[in-house]
Design a binder for this molecule. Structure first.
Ligand SMILES: *Cc1c(COP(=O)(O)O)cnc(C)c1O
Length: 393
């Protein structure tokens, strides 16, 4: 065996945790073991499948109750939720919006839907999300504030908002970012697409920003097939979010009129029905995911050249996607590990390609991103479905 990461050991550790026979277990598969069939059947039997029906209202109030947000508005997907969050936060064409360079492309795409420009920032190795200290240094260097809007001296554009993302469900250091936003006159919006069920010092992620986005895509911790939600503690913004995502129709017994250019982003009732049933199982999903993460942690403990990523001390993470990090000196082994594991039917994936490497975001403004680049080189996501953590006892 050559010096370096022992791929054999890594694969044996994964095999020991995954079901016998391997199986082409995806990275994160949905599980339907509750009232999904009953609620969907009710939609089909009653004809309430589309834009009206009780499950949308129920899903919204269940989400608000679960997260502690004042208002939740269910929409067609997480990207649409982000788009509306940015719009309602006042992001305008030619503004800049700070996002992590290490994120799923939807965060950056939503910024462009507003005609704005992503401003890419570095991540912290402790959280895998925005690094508040490095961001502060960067802002001090490139902006002028003096009581008014935060202006980027280099580009002449206004920086309007910061969108931290809770990477793989692990909460970012959100308090430090809130404080920073206060000082630099920036609006905080959370991309909480991956972090339903994740808490920062006891409060649910997505309840710190002025607005936040959740996703219920098929690979997220709970799914509605496709879906998303906007969270906010501002009643007025909550009402506006509902209005603008439902074609901005003016309430009237029979007239059909609209008072602004709205969006048809509402979640159909049949999707919300699945969401209600999924949310009922949240406690169980979280327990299974925590058990799986604990098994991985134990399996990788003490292994040379690699470690299992665990939640930051201030957080309780949903462990949505589990990840291992190779030491920098073994980063060159990453592709071989990806090849070997996938060849064995163990689904593994690298981190997202950093935003500045994608053709449409080349040349975006931002700071140096050495940590995000290092994480990009060294991170491997490993199978994370809740079912893999089911109690075997
Ligand atoms: C999944 C995801 C989204 C988008 O959600 P969709 O429902 O797929 O549109 C946005 N941001 C992050 C970080 C995500 O993981």
């Amino acid at each position: 065996m050559t010096a370096g990461v022992d791929s054999g050991r890594i694969i044996r550790a994964l095999r020991g945790i995954l079901p016998p026979g391997g199986g082409a277990a995806g990275l994160h598969e949905p599980r339907f073991c509750g009232n999904e069939w009953a609620y969907v059947k009710e939609c089909l039997d009653t004809g309430w499948v589309s834009s009206l029906g009780k499950f949308v209202d129920r899903f919204e109030s269940d989400l608000a109750a679960y997260t502690g947000a004042k208002r939740a508005v269910a929409v067609v997907n997480g990207t649409a939720a982000l788009h509306i969050c940015l719009k309602l936060a006042g992001v305008e064409p030619d503004d800049e919006v700070i996002i992590p360079a290490l994120t799923f492309v939807a965060t950056a795409n939503a910024v462009t839907y507003c005609g704005a420009v992503p401003h890419l920032a570095d991540s912290s190795e402790r959280t895998l999300g925005l690094d508040p200290r490095r961001l502060e240094e960067h802002l001090k260097e490139i902006t002028t504030v003096s009581g008014g809007p935060c202006m980027n001296k280099r580009t002449g554009r206004r920086i309007k908002a910061v969108v931290p993302m809770h990477t793989f469900g692990h909460p970012v250091d959100i308090e430090a970012l809130m404080e920073l936003c206060g000082r630099f006159n920036l609006t905080l919006i959370e991309d909480a697409a991956e972090s339903l069920g994740s808490f920062y010092k006891g409060a649910h992620t997505g309840t710190f920003g002025r607005l936040s986005a959740l996703s219920f895509n098929g690979n997220k911790i709970i799914t509605t097939g496709g879906g998303g939600a906007i969270l906010t503690n501002d009643e007025g913004l909550g009402r506006l979010a509902k209005h603008i995502t439902t074609t901005a129709r003016v309430a009237h017994r029979w007239a059909i009129a609209h008072d602004m250019a709205g969006y048809n982003y509402r979640m159909p009732n049949v999707n919300a029905a699945i969401g209600c049933a999924q949310l009922e199982r949240m406690t169980e999903f979280l327990a299974d995911k925590r058990r799986l993460a604990e098994r991985y942690r134990a399996a990788f403990e003490g292994m040379d050249g690699v470690r299992f990523f665990t939640e930051p001390a201030f957080a309780r993470s949903n462990y949505w996607l589990n990840a291992i990090l190779l030491d920098e000196s073994f980063a060159h082994e990453r592709d071989r590990l990806l090849e070997l594991t996938n060849a064995e039917g163990i689904t593994t994936r690298p981190a997202w390609t950093l935003m500045q490497r994608l053709p449409m975001f080349k040349g975006c403004p931002g700071m140096d991103t050495p940590v995000a680049e290092s994480i990009e080189r060294r991170l491997i996501n490993i199978p994370s479905s809740a079912a893999l953590g089911a109690d075997r006892a």
